[in-house]
Design a protein around this ligand. Structure first.
Ligand SMILES: [Zn+2]
Length: 194
């Protein structure tokens, strides 16, 4: 499913992202992931970029950052637009998770909460790929929109470390870097950011 952000956010063609205090150690990873996403956005005309924010998302309204980046060590919770949610992500999981909070008009996206595992033991490039992957989710794409193994990219369900690189999906010749995005994934993002 592809979902739209609330109009006031969508019209800015920008998502602000805040690194939660518990993700301070991953700040360089997030900074690189933002730069990589924005380079893909430019080359593929995605119509949305990310910008770092020092304001945490307001739990009650649209103020503060649109997206929060945090680590999870088992159970996690999040609050946005007066709603609370939670889930569970093992500290050594091989993937992150992105949760959404929606607002009134047609349940449009009002906040997104990215969690990555707190104690993942992989190289930094894998962490960067995982972060870019979750940032793609946060543009409005849920798990049904993952890229296929036949046309894999950083938004593939299965990202696995391979030497100093990261393999997308099941075919051993699909190794990043560079981090790439297929036109298929790009078109999905564009449809949420007209
Ligand atoms: Zn995913």
């Amino acid at each position: 499913m592809i979902r739209s952000w609330v109009n006031s956010v969508r019209q800015t063609h920008k998502l602000t992202i805040f690194a939660a205090p518990n993700a301070a150690a991953l700040a360089p990873i997030l900074g690189t992931a933002v730069a990589r996403f924005n380079a893909l956005s430019q080359s593929l005309a995605l119509n949305v970029t990310y910008e770092m924010s020092s304001s945490p998302p307001d739990p009650d309204n649209l103020s503060g950052a649109n997206v929060q980046f945090a680590v999870a060590n088992g159970a996690y919770t999040f609050k946005g637009f007066g709603a609370e949610g939670g889930g569970f992500l093992k500290a050594d999981a091989r993937e992150g998770v992105t949760e959404f909070v929606t607002a009134g008009d047609g349940a449009k996206l009002a906040k997104a909460f990215i969690f990555v595992p707190a104690h993942i033991r992989v190289h930094d490039f894998m962490k960067i790929c995982m972060t870019v992957h979750e940032m793609i989710h946060a543009t409005g794409l849920d798990n049904d929109e993952h890229s296929s193994y036949a046309d894999s990219d950083v938004f593939c369900e299965g990202l696995t470390p391979s030497g100093a690189g990261v393999q997308c999906g099941v075919f051993a010749n699909r190794i990043m870097p560079p981090i790439w995005m297929t036109n298929r994934t790009a078109e999905k993002i564009k449809s949420a950011w007209p």
